[in-house]
Design a protein around this ligand. Structure first.
Ligand SMILES: O=C(O)CCC(=O)C(=O)O
Ligand SMILES: [Fe+2]
Length: 344
């Protein structure tokens, strides 16, 4: 299969870091929105510096072990990079997700925040090579079930790019959904490697060869309706691609000799236990000597804490006793329990 010349995703500027109807409609109808100006450049620059200090430079021996798409749990929330934590819980980002899902920020939960390197040219013949991904939806390794009906989404995924397409290539491709009867979006989403009894194969050529053998109808569906209709997100430094667990998309090859850095996040509506966090629980690091997570909880806003699963003001968890106990745990780092006390 030849790579066709890409069509680009359209992007409309934001006003005051707030999504408008165009972005919200795009995400809800087509399955994605690309925004270039959601997050402050200074914070993104700080994050990129932290990531460059953490990940080996391209074309070095040390970079060779990063052949896959994840950081191997080494650059995940909560991180020693303050900028990473601040972006993860940035008010503009949380508000954007809340607007897409039409809920309050207090009804969001974080389930993924991970900063991945993608090195150009480090390609293997492995079926799981990540360079040139097969087209897929992300729900199978985020969810125990299947995304609900299209008009009732329960999660927002995003990729924050710390480079530009011009510099690194490898722009993510997405397939815009065209209404309820779109042949690219049949229900359920099963014609894809890794679902049901189909093997998980990541590499595009190997995945499509496998599909052609195992399920020729599905392979034809993928060629005719998915690959032929993909458009790519012409990303810049700081662009955010907002998409969904049921959006067809794929990662594409990064230019040899370059390193594309991207932060991947997922937020769900609260009470979705079937949507698994991708990392160890947020409290797992609470015995670390630097008290990173305790400080983060103490200094976070009420909304940010709630997004991490801390009980919101007014929750049945709170009593005079639990309030005093939680305050005792975090007092050393200056937690302000006023909002919880007032709601008792
Ligand atoms: O790296 C990209 O551009 C997309 C990655 C992706 O879709 C995935 O790993 O699930
Ligand atoms: Fe994906």
């Amino acid at each position: 299969m030849e790579e066709p010349a890409p069509n680009y995703v359209q992007s409309v500027p934001l006003t005051d870091s707030r999504l408008d109807d165009t972005h919200i409609r795009s995400w809800r109808d087509k399955g994605f929105a690309l925004v270039h100006d959601l997050l402050p450049q200074s914070l993104l620059t700080a994050l990129k510096q932290d990531a460059l200090a953490f990940y080996p430079a391209p074309n070095t021996k040390a970079s060779e072990r990063y052949t896959d798409f994840s950081s191997g749990q080494r650059f995940v929330f909560p991180s020693r990079s303050t900028a990473f934590n601040q972006i993860t819980l940035h008010p503009a980002l949380l508000q954007a997700v809340a607007d897409l899902l039409a809920v309050s920020v207090l009804d969001l939960r974080l389930t993924q925040s991970d900063l991945w390197p993608k090195y150009g040219g480090s390609r293997s013949s492995n079926a799981n090579d990540n360079t040139d991904q097969r087209i897929h939806c992300d729900y199978p390794n985020h969810s125990l079930v299947h995304p609900p009906e299209w008009d009732n989404p329960e999660a927002v995924e995003m990729i924050i790019y710390l480079n530009s397409n011009e510099e690194c290539s490898g722009a993510t491709a997405v397939v815009p959904r065209r209404g309820a009867n779109d042949p690219a979006y049949p229900w359920p989403i099963t014609q894809t490697p890794g679902v049901g009894d189909l093997d998980y194969v990541n590499d595009r050529l190997q995945a499509e060869r496998y599909m052609a053998e195992r399920d020729p109808k599905a392979a034809a569906f993928r060629a005719e309706n998915l690959y032929s209709r993909e458009v790519v997100a012409n990303y810049r430094f700081g662009s955010v691609l907002l998409y969904r667990h049921d959006t067809w998309h794929r990662g594409r090859p990064v230019k040899p000799g370059t390193l594309r850095l991207a932060q991947n996040l997922t937020f769900t509506k609260s009470g979705r236990e079937w949507l698994s966090p991708l990392h160890p629980g947020w409290s797992w690091s609470m015995y670390a000597q630097d008290k990173l997570m305790e400080k983060l909880i103490a200094r976070a806003t009420v909304a940010q804490r709630t997004v991490l699963g801390f009980p919101p003001p007014g929750h049945e968890y709170w009593s005079a006793y639990t309030l005093a106990a939680v305050e005792a745990r975090y007092r050393a780092y200056g937690i302000d329990m006023t909002a919880y006390r007032q709601a008792l």
